[in-house]
Design a binder for this molecule. Structure first.
Ligand SMILES: Nc1nc2c(c(=O)[nH]1)N[C@H]1C(S)=C(S)[C@@H](COP(=O)(O)OP(=O)(O)OC[C@H]3O[C@@H](n4cnc5c(=O)[nH]c(N)nc54)[C@H](O)[C@@H]3O)O[C@H]1N2
Ligand SMILES: Nc1nc2c(c(=O)[nH]1)N[C@H]1C(S)=C(S)[C@@H](COP(=O)(O)OP(=O)(O)OC[C@H]3O[C@@H](n4cnc5c(=O)[nH]c(N)nc54)[C@H](O)[C@@H]3O)O[C@H]1N2
Ligand code: SF4
Ligand SMILES: [Mo]
Length: 904
């Protein structure tokens, strides 16, 4: 593709495609050479109040993912390419027929916090307003729904009262179930910098597992999984006992304090008993409680360790109770702060994308709300009752009750619990439509209709971040292939379903304006979400919109925000949206997770994220520099667990629950306790043979929110028999037999495969030979390792290129082979050949495992700098090697390497 004169070559302000921090980015299209490939350059936006110029490794690598590789470029029906008209007619006809025969509840949308607000608004309007069913649910059900439900119980609305500057202003930050260092890296950096400036500031981490976030924690409470309610109930008791209550706040603005306190008191006979149940030493528990009692500016930041639990909503309310009790809410530096995961989790909540919300913070079972929305949308078909929530929805598909599902911007075959059941449901479903920007995803495999959506850098609209700040995402590049905006695709189907006038939009600005108008419609202060100040933005103003926080009910208020950028906090003086106008304490009690461990399933599986990958890797998986940090699916287990199954470094482990099994490389570490194991969520059928952890995860969920218990599945583990292993670099996908364990990492110009099998090394070599593409005119370089029972190393070389290369042995655990990842972009010179034949990196290939993804610095470079230059601080290492000078998230690893190298 060549740049046309219509493409803007200036730096354009936009927002990151990934997490809910919502960092501002400046991006720019650039031709590598005249008429050549276009790349997108990315830098942090210094004016954006979320990040003030900072970015993390994922944000910095966005340019590398804005490429044509792997993109879904054309619509198709049953895997045959077709025109947009054919695809849209087909979807509309099928929906129409199914609705005519079985009613509107026989169809469903399953959408995502990665849609823009404009897309999300259209999805909600079409399903709830015009198809007349509330069967639209979203992956935010798996992510934020416990927080939403907790907020509604306490505040009467789904409101996040805080702002990011609270991270800097707080004196005590409690991180609950949040791996901030890896999952919200820019907030982590802000917190870290604040703590460096004010060392008296305290950070407490509440997580059963040790993570990189520990690096800034003064105290780590390694609680038993699922026991957060008991921890915060204990705090409430302590606050009462130590006279640390704010009775003015309690009396003036809240209700239900006494019963919440009674419930917390009755839970345990003493704090000693509580500490035993929590698995936290009494001293640590007391230290934590003392700090909270003594610190006015206490900020509780929480994420999936809280939400993804069958007691998720109770956990949220147990936290909020403690802030109500102390009046520490809505004031600088304090409050209960739920941080969102996806870039537009908040926007989705605002339009009402969850199956149990009507629209724009208006709820079902409320006649006034019903009238407001019907009147505004001019519809008499508005859904009457809440729809099915994610897990229930896929169960209903499995049972044949829902016959058509349209999946947009999410990959449920990977991300839903009991994920093999999702496959069986999709296989039975009469119509599966998938809108995605990527051609091959685990879910798209089961689609009858595939619709190419515009992705980041092409699409245009708005997102809302964790601090209620609305920012524009702007297009930088022309769309790839025939990709269209999601809102356009749905509107076209809406028109074809007979709702012409309701879905005739010329651009996304018109949709945003309508959404803003609905939030303001007959609002009169009755709803927190009010975008009246934005409800008359025309296209030009919309295009110029700078980041703005809601509520923004007048243009004057927006102008004020722009002049002194005064952040908006809520609830410091009540003003709740409950029927009584008072904040509600909720009496909660510790409940055990729904599925119990047993003799057969003695360990608890915890799942979560890694630093450099985003979810199912459809996009971060495209950037080679993001693949190197953790290249394979892994299972973290404690040394005692390893001993119990006789596992050692490099082994492959099979992990099994009542739902299913997965395979992963073992990571033996005291970061997890002896009764727990941890596995990341990112690997799929596209990137591994059996690394999809969702297959193992229990489908139990919180009854109130419907959010699955993704952090607690009883499992057992055993060693997977392996007689031979191989690493293969290949320019193409390898088609491997199903008996082989494999995982695939993207490298420059191809893939690095990790293989393991019960076959012999010789048999494995044959399998690799068959899987590699036939090539003519190649020179073969081969070394047969007589010491390794049929092991070998070989490469095929043509002209100045290494085509592929493999190392086969009984075991590869003893050495680091990450240097193989460099081969497809290196010349077949003497250093490369020597490395291949000897199986040991030499020369420039010897920099070791990647530590700093931004600056591409390997472990060996860091180690040798420490040794040769006598470095003794992380800062010195950074200066000497540039490692850690990009996003800085690798600093704690650098520190670890420094410690290890110095002690060695
Ligand atoms: N690199 C990266 N960043 C991301 C994402 C990504 O895919 N990759 N995804 C984004 C999204 S959508 C989300 S939702 C966020 C999630 O961000 P986080 O919630 O920070 O991430 P997780 O790794 O899911 O889980 C957080 C922690 O909860 C802990 N935990 C498990 N059980 C319990 C418990 O019972 N109590 C407590 N207190 N803690 C527990 C886990 O050990 C884990 O360390 O990250 C966002 N940012
Ligand atoms: N066991 C376990 N399971 C979990 C979690 C966990 O911690 N443990 N976390 C849960 C959480 S918090 C989340 S948020 C989910 C995330 O899980 P998913 O939402 O399933 O993961 P993604 O890989 O982000 O899927 C997004 C898809 O949308 C596509 N896409 C990107 N942009 C666009 C766009 O603009 N339009 C369209 N149409 N498509 C687009 C991407 O290519 C990708 O295929 O996983 C959940 N599942
Ligand atoms: S912290 Fe990283 S992933 Fe999150 S928005 Fe900022 S740059 Fe993007
Ligand atoms: Mo999420």
């Amino acid at each position: 593709m060549s740049l046309t004169s219509s493409v803007n070559l200036d730096w354009i302000k936009t927002t990151c495609a990934y997490c809910g921090v919502g960092c501002g980015i400046e991006a720019k299209a650039e031709e590598v050479s005249p008429g050549g490939e276009i790349i997108v350059k990315v830098r942090g936006d210094e004016d954006h109040p979320a990040n003030f110029g900072r970015l993390c490794s994922k944000g910095l690598a966005l340019g590398e993912t804005a490429i044509s590789d792997g993109r879904l470029l054309k619509p198709s029906i049953n895997n045959v390419d077709c025109t947009w008209d054919q695809a849209l007619d087909h979807v509309a006809d099928k929906f129409k027929n199914i609705i005519a025969e079985h009613g509107p509840d026989a169809v469903a949308f399953y959408v995502s916090g990665q849609l823009l607000t404009e897309d999300y608004y259209i999805a909600n309007k079409l399903m709830k307003g015009f198809i007349g069913s509330a069967n639209i649910d979203t992956n935010s059900r798996l992510c934020m729904s416990s927080s939403v439900a907790g907020h509604k119980r306490a505040f009467g609305s789904d409101t996040v009262p805080n702002v990011y500057t609270d991270f800097e202003l707080s004196d005590l930050v409690i991180l609950v179930g949040s791996n901030l260092a890896w999952c919200h890296p820019v907030l982590f950096q802000r917190l870290k910098e604040a703590k460096a400036q004010r060392p008296e500031m305290k950070v407490v981490m509440v997580d059963p597992r040790a993570t990189d976030t520990c690096a800034i924690a003064d105290l780590h409470l390694k609680l038993q999984p699922g026991t957060d309610v008991a921890l915060f109930n204990g705090l409430l008791v302590e606050l009462a006992e130590k006279n640390c209550l704010d009775s003015t706040y309690i009396d003036s603005f809240t209700e239900g304090f006494e019963s919440a306190l009674t419930s917390a008191r009755n839970e345990f006979s003493s704090q000693q008993a509580r500490s035993e149940a929590l698995g936290i030493p009494l001293n640590d528990l007391q230290q934590f409680y003392d700090w909270v009692c003594a610190t006015e500016k206490t900020l509780t930041v929480y994420s999936q360790g809280v939400n993804q639990s069958s007691a998720g909503v109770d956990k949220v309310n147990a936290i909020i109770n403690t802030h109500f009790a102390t009046g520490r809410i809505g004031k600088p530096g304090c409050g209960p702060f739920s941080i969102t995961g996806q870039p537009n989790a908040m926007g989705g909540r605002e339009v009402g994308g969850l199956a149990n919300t009507l629209a724009a913070h208006l709820e079902f079972n409320d006649e006034t709300a019903y009238k407001i929305v019907s009147e505004f949308w001019q519809t008499d078909r508005l859904a009457q009752k809440p729809g099915l929530r994610a897990v229930e929805l896929f169960d209903a598909i499995d049972e044949g009750k829902v016959k058509a599902v349209w999946v947009m911007a999410t990959n449920p075959v990977v991300s839903l619990p009991n994920a093999n059941k999702v496959i069986s449901a999709l296989q039975k479903c009469e119509l599966v439509v998938v809108s995605d920007c990527i051609e091959h995803t685990d879910t798209a495999e089961y689609a009858h209709v595939k619709l190419p959506a515009q992705g980041w850098s092409e699409k245009s609209g708005t997102v809302t971040n964790s601090e209620r700040r609305i920012s524009r995402q702007r297009n930088i590049l022309p769309p790839k292939g025939e990709a269209k905006p999601d809102w356009w695709i749905m509107s076209e189907v809406g028109k074809r379903l007979g709702f012409e006038s309701a879905f005739s939009y010329n651009n996304e600005a018109e949709i945003f304006q309508e959404h803003a108008q609905l939030t303001a419609f007959k609002n009169n202060g009755s709803r927190d979400l009010n975008l009246a100040g934005l409800s008359s933005l025309n296209l030009e103003k919309y295009n110029q919109l700078s980041p703005v926080q809601w509520p923004c009910d007048s243009q004057e208020k927006i102008a004020e925000q722009n002049t002194d950028s005064a952040p908006i906090r809520l609830f410091s003086e009540g003003g709740f949206f409950t029927p009584s106008g008072r904040g509600q304490f909720i009496a909660v009690e510790q409940k055990a997770p729904k599925t119990k461990t047993s003799k057969e399933y003695p360990l608890v599986l915890n799942t979560g994220r890694i630093r450099d990958q985003w979810h199912t890797m459809t996009r971060t998986g495209l950037a080679s520099r993001l693949g190197a940090h953790k290249p394979e699916p892994f299972l973290s287990i404690h040394p005692q667990s390893a001993e119990s199954i006789n596992a050692k470094k490099g082994d492959i482990i099979e992990i099994t629950s009542r739902c299913g099994s997965a395979l992963a490389r073992v990571n033996i570490t005291t970061d997890v306790s002896p009764t727990q194991v941890f596995m990341p969520i990112h690997w799929t059928n596209m990137t591994s043979s059996a690394g999809r952890v969702g297959v193992v995860v229990t489908p139990e969920y919180d009854d109130i929110s419907g959010q699955p218990e993704a952090k607690f599945t009883p499992v057992n583990i055993k060693k997977h028999d392996v007689n031979a292993e191989a690493m293969v670099v290949s320019r193409d996908d390898l088609d491997l037999p199903s008996s082989i364990y494999w995982a695939r990492q993207t490298i420059n110009n191809g893939y690095l495969y990790y293989l393991a099998t019960q076959d012999s090394p010789q048999q494995l070599k044959q399998i690799i030979d068959t899987a590699l593409p036939q090539e003519a005119d190649v020179n073969k370089l081969q070394f047969n390792d007589s010491g390794s029972n049929g092991g070998s190393r070989f490469a095929r070389i043509r002209a100045e290129q290494i085509l592929d290369c493999a190392i086969v042995a009984e075991s590869l655990a003893e050495q680091d082979y990450s240097w193989l990842g460099e081969l497809l972009s290196s010349k077949p010179d003497i250093e490369a050949k020597r490395s291949i034949l000897s199986g040991t990196p030499s020369g420039r290939l010897a920099t070791g495992k990647l530590i700093c993804a931004c600056k591409q610095i390997g472990v060996k470079t860091i180690q040798s700098a420490i040794e040769s230059k006598n470095l003794s601080t992380v800062k010195e290492v950074s200066l000497a090697t540039t490692a850690g000078t990009g996003c800085g998230t690798c600093m704690s690893e650098i520190e670890q390497i420094l410690k290890e190298t110095l002690s060695a």
